[in-house]
Write a protein that binds this ligand. Structure first.
Ligand SMILES: NC(=O)c1ccc[n+]([C@@H]2O[C@H](COP(=O)([O-])OP(=O)(O)OC[C@H]3O[C@@H](n4cnc5c(N)ncnc54)[C@H](OP(=O)(O)O)[C@@H]3O)[C@@H](O)[C@H]2O)c1
Length: 178
C-alpha cells in the first residue's frame, strides 16, 4: 500500500479541516499518482473535499464508524482497519497493493502507515501559521528512508520538494542477493 501526504516544515498537514498549502503542481502530482487507483481516506477528509464529494476517476473508500455506504455506491464505507482489508480482498481481488493509496487525514494516516511500503511526501519548506493535524516526522524514524527527491520547486513564495520514502525493510530486501 502507498501513502501520499503534503507536509509543512513541522510535518503539519491541516488546519480546521483544510489543507495548509494547496499548491497547483502538488494537486496535479496527486492526481497523476492516484488516477484510476483506490484511495482510502477518513470521514473528515471526505468532508474537506469540494461539496464533500469523493474523488473522480478513483475508487474511494472512506473509513468511518458513523457513515454508511451511500446507495449510489459513489464511495464505500468501512468501519475498521480490519474490515478494510476484508473489503479490499472481497471487492478488488485482483488489485495490486501499489495501486492502493492512503490519502489522509491524520487519524487514517496513523492507522495505516504500518501497512504501507512507499510514502510520497510533498515537503513544503515553510511552517504554517496554524495547524491542528500532523504526520509523523519520517526523518526521525529509523524505519523510513528517502529513496527519491525532486529538485527544489517553487510556487509564489513557497519552495517544496517531492520526496519518496521507502521502508528500510523493503530496501534491505531489494539489496539482498537472490
Ligand atoms: N496534507 C495532506 O496531505 C492532507 C491529506 C488529507 C487530509 N489532510 C487534512 O487532515 C485533516 C483531517 O485529519 P483528521 O485526522 O482530523 O481526520 P481523518 O483522518 O480524515 O478522519 C477521521 C475520521 O475517520 C474515521 N476513522 C479514522 N480511523 C478510523 C478507523 N480505524 N476505523 C474507522 N473509522 C476511522 C472516523 O470517522 P467517524 O467519526 O465518522 O467514525 C474519524 O472521525 C484535515 O485538515 C485535512 O485537510 C491533509
Amino acid at each position: 500500500m502507498n501513502l501520499i501526504v503534503n507536509v509543512d516544515s513541522n510535518w503539519a498537514i491541516g488546519y480546521k479541516n483544510r489543507l495548509l498549502f494547496p499548491i497547483p503542481a502538488d494537486l496535479k502530482n496527486f492526481k497523476r499518482l492516484t488516477d484510476g487507483k483506490i484511495v482510502i481516506m477518513g470521514r473528515k477528509t471526505l468532508e474537506s473535499l469540494p461539496k464533500s464529494k469523493p474523488l473522480s476517476n478513483r475508487k474511494n473508500i472512506v473509513l468511518s464508524k458513523k457513515l454508511q455506504t451511500p446507495s449510489n455506491n459513489e464511495y464505500l464505507v468501512c468501519n475498521s482497519v480490519e474490515n478494510l482489508f476484508v473489503l479490499l480482498r472481497n471487492n478488488f481481488p485482483q488489485v495490486k497493493t501499489e495501486d492502493v493509496f492512503v490519502i489522509g487525514g491524520e487519524q487514517v494516516y496513523r492507522a495505516l502507515i504500518p501497512f504501507c511500503s512507499v510514502i510520497y511526501v510533498t515537503k513544503v519548506n515553510k511552517a504554517a501559521l496554524n495547524a491542528d493535524t500532523f504526520f509523523p516526522n519520517l526523518d526521525k524514524s529509523t524505519e523510513w528512508k528517502i529513496i527519491e527527491s525532486s529538485e527544489l520547486l517553487e510556487y509564489n513564495d513557497i519552495s517544496f520538494n517531492f520526496l519518496i520514502y521507502g521502508k528500510n525493510d523493503n530496501l534491505n530486501n531489494l539489496c539482498k542477493k537472490p
